[in-house]
Ligand binder design. Structure first.
Ligand code: TPP
Ligand code: MG
Length: 377
């Protein structure tokens, strides 16, 4: 039942290698039980290994699609960088959780769906919303609390939503979307709509009862859902090692006899490959899957996080394997895209982000008459 999406060596290294060499840990990292600095070398080696397997996958994929995948990753990165900038200027209020470093997960998974398939996620939702089709203008205006936002400025950063694009939030309660997503998959099966649901959540959500209750029901009732655990190693300032008795999240699915895979979330092609397999399982056999996709968030938990629970070295270690750099390197080596193409993609993304900012700036605040519309209690 269990399958592995990455080479065994890599999985073993990731799961066991980091805890081994306590001597090389900084005092701060040791205190928090966070990663081993010797992993920097490991990360470099893994980068090379990934590059080779990525090139193979690239050769089998449509060139236009590959370009679009890179564009979406770059757009997500530039969009989030701008969010941080304008947040500091006071243009965005409230909570704001950025996705920088995790782009390959949203792009590799959501772009493998059909337009009618459904997505539900946590508060770290801007990039996923855009990849699912909500315009950057509507996402930025939502962040600004303006009427042009995808929820008319009433949801803000944590509550992107669009029924038109089958994007069902944006949820602030950790793990809440796992129950709702399971219900969406149940509805799809009940109605025979043929839709698949992608349900994203962080590794900290896995410690909650809703995760286990939902997986049990999904397997029992054979629901067309793919649970994607984005393991970015931290739940706010708490490392996974301090909060979870096992480091192996994918294997938890075996308690429910559910198919599962561990995937390298820095490799967009590996994500796409694993998600495609899970989609087929959901669509053809009506079987759910749990994917644990390992990633790392470069920024703080939210914009107000001073980040003093991890070291700069640890962040740098993961940046060695940046998903965008990796993908660009592979695309270039496979002779699919050139430096000139990359420049064009960057320019295009920059222009789209600038337009989104302009749109958000110019969009009016919601009128007072909007106060009680679309509000359910
Ligand atoms: C039920 C619940 N408990 C606690 C919180 C506070 N909280 C917000 S985010 C978060 C950490 C979640 O981490 P993870 O699930 O790993 O997702 P990530 O932020 O890393 O994407 C916590 C504890 C909450 N929002 N909801
Ligand atoms: Mg996390």
């Amino acid at each position: 039942m269990a399958r592995s999406g990455t080479s065994r060596r890599t999985e073993a290294e990731v799961r066991n290698g980091s805890a081994g060499n306590a001597k090389k840990k900084s005092p701060k990292a040791r205190e928090n039980g966070s990663a081993d600095l010797s992993e920097v070398e490991l990360a470099k080696a893994e980068f090379q290994e990934r590059r080779n397997s990525q090139i193979e996958a690239i050769k089998k994929t449509d060139k236009k699609l590959l370009r679009e995948m890179l564009y979406q990753m770059v757009l997500g990165r530039r969009f989030e960088e701008k969010c941080a900038e304008v947040y500091r200027m006071g243009k965005i209020g409230g909570f704001c959780h950025l996705y920088i470093g995790q782009e390959a997960i949203a792009v590799g998974s959501i772009m493998a769906l059909e337009p009618d398939d459904m997505v539900i996620t946590s508060y770290r939702d801007h990039v996923q919303a855009m990849v699912k089709g909500i315009s950057p203008e509507a996402v930025m205006a939502e962040l600004y609390g303006k009427i042009g936002g995808c929820v008319k400025g009433k949801g803000g950063s944590m509550h992107m939503f669009s029924a038109e694009h089958q994007f069902y939030g944006g949820h602030g309660i950790v793990g809440g979307q796992i129950g709702v997503g399971t219900g969406m998959a149940y509805a799809a099966k009940y109605k025979g709509s043929g839709q698949v649901t992608l349900c994203f959540f962080g590794e900290a959500a896995v410690n909650q009862g809703i995760f286990h209750e939902s997986l049990n029901m999904a397997q029992l009732w054979k629901l067309p859902i793919i649970y994607i655990c984005e393991n970015n190693k931290y739940g706010m300032g708490t490392s996974q090692q301090r909060a979870m008795s096992t480091r192996n999240i994918a294997k938890k699915a075996e308690s429910y006899e559910m198919a599962n895979e561990f995937v390298d979330g820095m490799d967009v092609m590996a994500v796409r490959d694993a998600v495609q397999r899970a989609i087929e399982r959901a669509r053809k056999d009506g079987e759910p899957t749990l994917l644990e996709i390992r990633a790392y968030r470069y920024m703080g938990h939210s914009m107000s996080d001073p980040g003093n629970y991890r070291t700069r070295e640890e962040i740098a270690k993961y940046q060695e394997r940046d998903p965008i750099v990796l993908f660009k390197t592979s695309l270039k080596e496979a002779k699919v895209l050139t430096d000139k193409d990359f420049e064009k993609i960057e320019a295009e993304a920059a222009e789209v982000v600038e337009n989104a900012l302009k749109f958000a700036d110019e969009s009016p605040l919601p009128d007072e008459s909007e106060l009680l519309t679309d509000v359910f209690a």
